[in-house]
Design a protein around this ligand. Structure first.
Ligand code: KG4
Length: 356
């Protein structure tokens, strides 16, 4: 045992002196993804999306877990090939430990642990939410990227999360406020389902909203203290209003889908931005980033640009490829943790609850 440990340390020391290659693995929900970073620059990012959930109008955990099992090996293999490296060149394997769906996380985490152990290299556990935020630091080779300065605020909005996070460093973050019920993306997805559209609903609502009047309809907005969010009241108000309108006109959605989507999107963006403005005012931090799947939304992106002009915020909006779940953000998080030698043991368990 002692010999093995000494040998590993030597291998580690040798690798520490050279280039640092980190493999990132993400499997928290319905995307299997693997990415490779060299010295903090992205060499490859492969995402295998699961179409199987579309017909159910939402992610089915058991099906997601099975699809991850099918996808994980070819996805990692492709990521290594696209990066032009061999597994033996890797210095560490970083993986999403949580939060997420347990059955989905288990596949990526088990693979990552086994892979790292077989290569005799450290494993690095990453928080999915931290990954979304650090997506703002993903650079491709030679790219001059303008990144947020610490401290900054980040609005993290996805299918499972709606949070305002204070980011003090790569590894120090604090949730200032978060949703007490549904997430913003979840509200979009559920309202989309009520209108009879597909899944995920966010991009569909975004598309129709571009041709509609955002002031055509009014939906209820929450009134809760602090920086917390709530979207369940809006969802119910949308559902009840729609029921009444459809009684008078069975084709109401078809006739008014653009205005419905524009008004819904505006209500969600208004709710998100109001609390964010308050957080900026109270903290005095005016560098503001947005992250997560909903950060792809056109109305939200425009609201950020508008706030930059009106309130002199310095805003950071991620590239579309890094808004939804991806392993590039996990490789990036893993790289920063690698520099801190923040490694984990093989028995580290997964978690499903929201935390940073
Ligand atoms: O971050 P993500 O890929 O997965 C997690 O939830 O972790 O986010 C998915 C969410 C879905 O709710 C989807 O409807 C929403 O992001 N989304 C959008 C847009 N693109 C994706 N919401 C609004 N507008 C979009 N363009």
């Amino acid at each position: 045992m002692k010999i093995v440990v000494t040998l590993r340390c030597k291998q580690e020391k040798r690798k520490m002196d050279q280039d640092v290659y980190v493999l990132g693995i993400e499997s928290s929900c319905d995307d299997t993804s693997a990415a490779v970073m060299k010295n903090g620059e992205l060499l490859s990012n492969v995402v295998a999306s699961q179409k199987v959930h579309e017909e159910y109008g939402g992610v089915v955990p058991e099906l997601a877990s099975r699809a991850h099992q099918q996808n994980i090996v070819p996805t990692v293999d492709t990521a290594l090939k696209r990066a032009g490296i061999d597994a033996s060149q890797l210095n560490a394997v970083a993986f999403t430990r949580g939060p997420g769906l347990m059955g989905s996380l288990l596949v990526g985490v088990s693979f990552a642990k086994g892979f790292a152990r077989s290569l005799g290299i450290p494993m690095i556990e990453c928080n999915h939410l931290q990954g979304h935020i650090l997506a703002h630091f993903i650079k491709t080779p030679g790219e001059q990227l303008e990144t947020p300065e610490f401290p900054f605020l980040c609005l993290l909005v996805s299918g499972g999360n709606s949070q305002i996070v204070r980011v003090d460093s790569y590894n120090k973050m604090e949730i200032l406020g978060q949703t007490i019920d549904d997430a913003a993306g979840e509200a979009m997805d559920k309202c989309s389902k009520v209108m009879g559209f597909g899944y995920p609903g966010g991009p569909i609502i975004d598309r129709y909203a571009r041709q509609g009047n955002p002031d055509a309809y009014k939906f209820s907005k929450p009134n809760i203290p602090g920086y917390n969010y709530s979207f369940s009241g809006l969802k119910t108000s949308f559902l009840y209003n729609l029921r009444d309108w459809v009684k008078d006109d069975p084709d109401f959605v078809e006739h008014h889908k653009e205005d419905l989507c524009a008004s819904l999107e505006k209500t969600i963006v208004d709710i998100l931005m109001k609390k964010l403005r308050q957080a900026v005012k109270d903290t005095g931090i005016s560098q503001v980033a947005v992250a997560g799947g909903v950060s792809a939304n056109t109305g939200l992106r425009e609201a950020f640009q508008d706030h930059a002009r009106r309130y002199r915020w310095k805003v950071f909006i991620p590239r579309f490829s890094y808004t939804t779940d991806n392993a590039a953000m996990i490789a990036c998080t893993g790289y920063f943790k690698y520099l801190d030698k923040d490694f984990c043991s093989i028995d580290v368990p997964i978690y499903s609850n929201t935390r940073l």
